[in-house]
Design a protein around this ligand. Structure first.
Ligand code: UD1
Length: 429
């Protein structure tokens, strides 16, 4: 086990290259099951969620050939099962995309309920309803989702709530269904568009992704393709905030600035300078921030996955800032850790009120989940003194080489092996 050690107050300066999008990758990898052919995927992030997805596909019988750090070739022709047990799904929330992909391929799927980040109840009723509207019979028994149909038929599906996961899962199931599927009130996140582009590269007919109506004409067969994943919006946003928080000057490269607009807007409101280029943004800050209010919303609103990172900046902004979390019911658990570092925050349900303090001070803290962990890193970089972060396994799930990327721009951050109490010299009784 490892923890992170950060000595704060170094001003970040230089360039950071953004990796491929985690949330696109974890949808696109299962989508290869639909082709029964070889797909070459490029610009994959080298993170444990992706490795985990490879492991699951390999255990299902697929051939996953690693070409280099960011490119794989996946041949799913040899897959011979539609059953995925709990041991394979428990580490990864996105394992539920296997339901849609297997349903699309076999009209059958038996998949254990997923694991992943724990920020409140994470229901999948909208996914199930979508599969049912496509003609599948879905039951949940012994924590396994069992979905089956003779064949799937296109349908009109209105989503009661905007859901990224349900939109993706329905797209996966519908691409080979008979006839037309219309998803209304669909999610519009960049990775929804990326998945649609990937499916179309395999020969699917998906239109309207990125708007709230997605139309899918079912096709009989899909074929292999070569596809390069979009840059990670949240990784980019995280480094934008880190640069700002340390009063830094960082050029963040390999991004799609359009995907970052809501984050850019909030940083500008706080008094940070953000300059957009074709495929980069430059963030410059003097380390002084104005208060601002943030409300998380589905895309193109401010992403909930940037809420904890942005909140760190608000702990030291001048005045009172309010953060409203409107996507998840329980996403302020990490604030307890910020309070240990000197932040002044009151939480009431899905609202957090930040009274700016002059500075944070380093402390031992933990990563409660992936983005909470990213927030702790930013807090540690900004704070006076030493911060140690435990449970960093969550951060490894979603950020490629973050220690190296941050060290390259001047951060004093390193991993340290945690020696279990019993193994320490002299501690044996
Ligand atoms: C995805 C992201 C996650 C991000 C979230 C919102 C991936 C792998 N994960 O998660 O990082 O925080 O989008 O941007 O892409 N809901 C229901 N019923 C359902 C499904 C969802 O009520 O069947 C609710 C959820 O409880 C939540 C809201 O809808 O309140 C949004 O969830 P959703 O967009 O589905 O999130 P995920 O796809 O799980």
């Amino acid at each position: 086990m490892e923890k992170l050690v950060i000595h704060g107050r170094n001003r970040l300066s230089g360039e950071i290259e953004i990796s491929g999008a985690k949330n696109a990758a974890v949808a696109i990898i299962p989508a290869t099951l639909l082709a029964q052919d070889v797909c070459r995927i490029e610009n994959l992030p080298n993170i444990s969620d992706v490795t985990c997805m490879f492991k699951i596909l390999t255990q299902m019988g697929a051939q996953v050939k690693i070409i280099n750090k960011h490119t794989v070739e996946i041949n799913t022709k040899t897959v011979n099962s539609y059953i995925i047990p709990h041991e394979m799904t428990k580490q990864l929330r996105a394992s539920y995309y296997l339901i849609g992909a297997l349903l699309g391929r076999y009209s059958r799927a038996k998949v254990a309920l997923p694991g992943g980040c724990n920020f409140g109840v994470r229901p999948i009723d909208l996914h199930i309803r979508g599969f049912e509207l496509l003609g599948a019979n879905v039951t949940v028994e012994n924590a396994m989702i069992n979905a089956k149909a003779d064949y799937l038929t296109g349908s009109s599906i209105y989503m009661d709530k905007v859901s990224v996961g349900a939109t993706i899962n329905i797209m996966l199931a519908a691409v080979k269904a008979r006839g037309l599927t219309i998803i209304e009130h669909a999610a519009k996140e960049p990775h929804i568009v990326d998945l649609a582009n990937f499916l179309n590269a395999m020969g699917a007919d998906v239109r309207g992704a990125g708007t709230d109506v997605i139309k899918i004409h079912g096709v009989q067969n899909l074929h292999g393709c070569t596809y390069s994943i979009i840059p990670d919006q949240i990784e980019a946003g995280t480094y934008m905030v880190a640069a700002a928080a340390t009063g830094g000057d960082v050029l963040i490269k390999n991004v799609i600035p359009k995907h970052l607009e809501s984050i850019t807007a909030k940083l500008l409101e706080c008094g940070v300078s953000v300059t957009e280029y074709d495929e980069a943004v430059r963030v410059v800050s003097d380390g002084k921030f104005r208060k601002c209010n943030v409300k998380t919303m589905p895309h193109p609103g401010f992403p909930t996955d940037m809420q904890p990172q942005m909140a760190v900046l608000l702990t030291v902004a001048n005045g009172t800032s309010i953060v409203s979390e409107s996507v998840w019911d329980n996403r302020f658990k990490y604030i307890e850790q910020l309070v240990r570092m000197g932040a002044n925050v009151q939480v009431d349900g899905t609202i957090a009120v930040f009274q700016g303090v002059p500075e944070l001070t380093g402390a031992p803290v933990r990563a409660d989940d992936l983005r909470a962990g990213a927030a702790m890193i930013i807090a540690g970089l900004m704070a006076r003194g030493k911060t140690e972060i435990e449970d960093i396994i969550y951060i490894d799930r979603g950020y490629e080489d973050y220690v190296e990327k941050l060290r390259n721009v001047g951060a004093d951050i390193y991993r340290k092996t945690i020696v279990p109490e019993g193994n320490k010299m002299g501690s044996a009784g």
